[in-house]
Design a protein around this ligand. Structure first.
Ligand code: BT5
Length: 263
């Protein structure tokens, strides 16, 4: 990563402080530390590679040098902006921004596998990790972390929890990482003030993978529910029309979504 070039591009956006690293442990971890030091809103941490990238629930996320995007944006939501029971919308914000840019700017077939994965042609190309700091009952700080597999060689070569690929492999051409970063940040900045609106929900749901299809919801290895995926509720929960006939709503927690293989 050419830090000076990237910094010049990023300075044109209405962001806070910029922290660009060739290598660090985890951009979310560094952003957490910066929050403790009083980093201003929309401060951004970007790393060319991560040695301890974080997935959800203690899983790890691999960021190979020179191949991927790994960044974290610090947000200080106004207390009215997002209610405690709507936190799924923050993952939705990251997923929507990535899916929209991949679809509209790169002409890729992007979808969001609720809650936090972005798929292209059914393969995972990006993940979103939201870390939240509370001050008593109030949501104080949100660290929105996003990892995107841009170039060949960005996908780890060991077995993963879901089939994965890179944008280059799927599109058959290379993409500029810094262009993509700028576009995704623009999309986040566009949608963030609209996160409580119907247009946000409609746009997010528009990219939802497996709509009207039969899915299984898993918690670790246990089946939590099976049925048809209906959509996203007003507070960002996933709606499943269960095989038993009930309509069930799910928050993220430890839930995984899988398409039922009917072959
Ligand atoms: C995620 O977790 O998908 C969230 C990933 C968020 C990564 C970003 S990078 C910038 C910021 N800083 C961080 O430290 N993290 C965020 P989850 O759904 O739990 O998926 C994790 C699982 O994905 C792992 O257990 C692996 O099986 C798989 N995996 C790891 N690296 C991958 C990669 N590069 N591409 C596809 N799958 C990967």
């Amino acid at each position: 990563m050419d830090v000076n070039t990237w910094k010049k591009r990023l300075e044109k956006l209405p962001l806070g402080e910029l922290y660009l690293y060739q290598e660090l442990g985890s951009t979310n971890q560094v952003a957490d530390d910066l929050v403790q030091q009083g980093a201003p809103p929309f401060s951004l941490v970007v790393a060319d590679s991560q040695t301890a990238g974080k997935g959800r629930s203690g899983r790890s996320w691999v960021t190979q040098p020179g191949k991927a995007l790994a960044f974290s944006l610090i947000l200080y939501p106004e207390s009215s902006l997002i209610e405690a029971n709507q936190l799924e919308k923050l993952s939705g914000l990251g997923g929507l921004a990535v899916a929209e840019v991949l679809t509209e700017n790169l002409s890729l077939n992007a979808e969001i596998k609720w809650p936090n994965d972005v798929l292209v042609d059914g393969k995972k190309v990006a993940g979103v990790l939201v870390d939240i700091h509370w001050s008593g009952p109030d949501l104080k700080v949100v660290v929105l972390g996003i990892g995107i597999n841009v170039l060949k060689g960005s996908v780890p070569d060991y077995p993963l929890n879901f089939p994965a690929s890179s944008l280059e492999e799927l599109a058959g051409k290379e993409f500029s990482r810094v262009d993509l970063l700028v576009d995704v940040l623009r999309a986040i900045l566009k949608w963030y003030p609209r996160i409580t609106t119907q247009s946000f929900l409609t746009a997010w749901e528009g990219y939802l993978a497996y709509k009207k299809e039969q899915v299984t919801l898993l918690s670790a290895e246990d089946i939590v529910d099976q049925g048809q995926l209906i959509g996203i509720s007003d507070n960002g929960s996933l709606i499943i029309q269960s095989d038993s006939g009930d309509e069930n709503h799910y928050r993220t927690g430890e839930i995984h979504l899988r398409l039922v293989d009917r072959s």
